[in-house]
Design a protein around this ligand. Structure first.
Ligand code: ACO
Length: 342
């Protein structure tokens, strides 16, 4: 049995900065409301013609991660790609990265776990490395939210939260045998699937005439009747998120005989700054023990953890030997954590 280790990290966000004031020109919202409820000051959105897409951003982030791992695309044995916003309905983004980076005919696995996507993807990679089946796995989280959001007042509670970007990690066999990914912990509770969801396009909502009819209805009806934009029961999500984040962090620590005080850096999925702060206070963690960057990028769903992890590492906030905890919660509901000795 082997252990796995993160050997390279990278991220990419589009250059186009969209401030809260920019959004207030499109819908009835304002900077004070957004900052007070979410902590977000600005986010990045793909700009028409800038050449970016979910897979293009994934390739940019992955190229940096591979360089830092001192690996070439041909050295990668598998891709695990987490996104809720793939370029195409099918196939998923994994094969696009395989092609764009000129990789061998390696497996490309697509993970559909929304905000928990990166933790799920990391867990999958960890299992494949542990068994000895693969040596180097590229794990990606990338999202193009701006391409699928409703920029009208009707969806303001959702649209102001999300941003675009990509993050990537190379997960390799840990040749030293010391540290690395200690454990991962994954959960789901499908009874809450409608509380944060996007219903179409899907097999239920894909026939062209149904699309046309639903879009017509959407102009007059309530939000629930529009299946083509994400809907969220914000307060319900908030209440569940703070419980599950804390639970799954503690579960991971206990599995390794560790305690909250042992955490050097918690990288929570950047759902909402208020959720991160609530969890921080509940677990009695200091500001130095938690990393947040949602203020700059908004919620980038599957990309938020690898972007934050990369930034924290680049800023020297994660050092060899540190105990790093990743934790996520999101649509499904799904949630999970990863306990890593850096
Ligand atoms: N700008 C201005 N006003 C707004 C906006 C906006 N963008 N959005 C909603 N409002 C209004 C509402 O219409 C409502 O007005 P009313 O009182 O006249 O009816 C008022 O603000 C309060 O609305 P609530 O939905 O009750 O606002 P709440 O305080 O719950 O904040 C929020 C909404 C920020 C979404 C909050 O519920 C929340 O943070 N939930 C957690 C969800 C989350 O973080 N999701 C992230 C994605 S999921 C994930 O990553 C885990």
């Amino acid at each position: 049995m082997y252990t796995s280790k993160i050997t390279g990290l990278g991220y990419y966000v589009p250059e186009n900065v969209v401030t809260n004031d920019d959004l207030s020109k499109l819908m009835d919202t304002n900077d004070a409301w957004i900052q007070e409820r979410t902590g977000i000051k600005e986010r990045r959105h793909i700009k028409k013609g800038d050449g970016n897409s979910t897979s293009v951003m994934a390739v940019k982030a992955s190229t940096i991660a591979l360089e830092r791992a001192n690996l070439k695309p041909k050295d990668i044995d598998m891709i695990v790609f987490a996104t809720l916003s793939p370029d195409m309905y099918f196939p998923g983004g994994g094969v696009e990265v395989q092609e764009a980076m000129g990789m061998r005919t390696i497996p490309a696995l697509d993970v559909r776990n929304q905000c928990s996507g990166f933790v799920y993807a990391l867990s999958v990679a960890d299992q494949f490395v542990k068994t000895g089946m693969y040596k180097n796995i590229l794990v990606i989280g990338s999202e193009n939210h701006s391409g699928g959001l409703d920029f009208t007042t009707r969806s303001r509670n959702v649209t102001v939260i999300f941003g675009d970007g990509a993050g990537a990690a190379v997960v390799s066999r840990n040749e030293t045998g010391k540290g690395g990914i200690l454990s991962t912990h994954l959960h789901s509770e499908g009874k809450h699937k409608n509380e944060l969801s996007l219903k179409g396009p899907s097999t239920e909502y894909w026939v062209p005439q149904i699309i046309a009819e639903n879009l017509r209805k959407g102009q007059t009806d309530q939000q629930e009747n529009i299946p083509y934009y994400p809907v969220m029961n914000g307060q319900f999500v908030f209440k569940h998120a703070i419980v599950r984040f804390s639970e799954v962090i503690k579960e991971g620590l206990e599995a390794n005989n560790l305690e909250v005080k042992d955490i050097d850096m918690l990288i929570p999925h950047q759902a909402n700054l208020r959720i991160s702060q609530f969890v921080q206070h509940k677990l009695k963690l200091t500001d130095d023990q938690v990393f947040n960057n949602i203020q700059k990028y908004g919620n980038t769903t599957a990309a938020s953890i690898p972007i934050a992890l990369t930034e924290a590492w680049e800023e020297g906030k994660i050092k060899e030997g540190d105990l790093v905890v990743l934790a996520a919660f999101g649509s499904g509901f799904t949630w999970g954590s990863a306990i890593i000795r850096w």
